[in-house]
Structure formats: C-alpha cells, structure tokens
Design a protein around this ligand. Structure first.
Ligand SMILES: [Zn+2]
Length: 61
C-alpha cells in the first residue's frame, strides 16, 4: 500500500493535492539545524509543491 504524498497546491488552491515525483530535501535552518521537507509537482497542474516533514520521515517505497 503506497502512501501518497500530499500538500497544498497554490495554483489549484487545494489542500491534500497529490505530489508526483516527491523528493526528500534537507534545508538549513537557523542555529545550524536542518529541516526536512518534501518537494514534488502537483499532479494536476505541475506546479512545484513543498511540504515540511518530521526529521525521521522517510518516503514510502
Ligand atoms: Zn495544482
């Protein structure tokens, strides 16, 4: 059972929009810490989407 990665699409103005080709990225934050996020593209309009996730988050395979 593959878990879908969803986020808010600014163009569709819809929450829980599915991301295609989700990728995990690490972002530098203040104080030398890093935050994890997932980026992908909206399945409907191909706009880039972005969502912060927990530090121990792993993409479902
Ligand atoms: Zn969209």
């Amino acid at each position: 059972m593959a878990e879908k990665i969803t986020g808010y699409c600014v163009k569709c103005k819809k929450k829980n929009t599915e991301m295609k080709d989700p990728k995990l990225v690490s972002l530098k934050a203040k104080g030398g810490t890093s935050r994890k996020a997932v980026t992908g593209n909206c399945v409907h309009c191909d706009t880039k989407m972005f969502r912060f996730v927990a530090q121990d988050y792993e993409l479902p395979r």
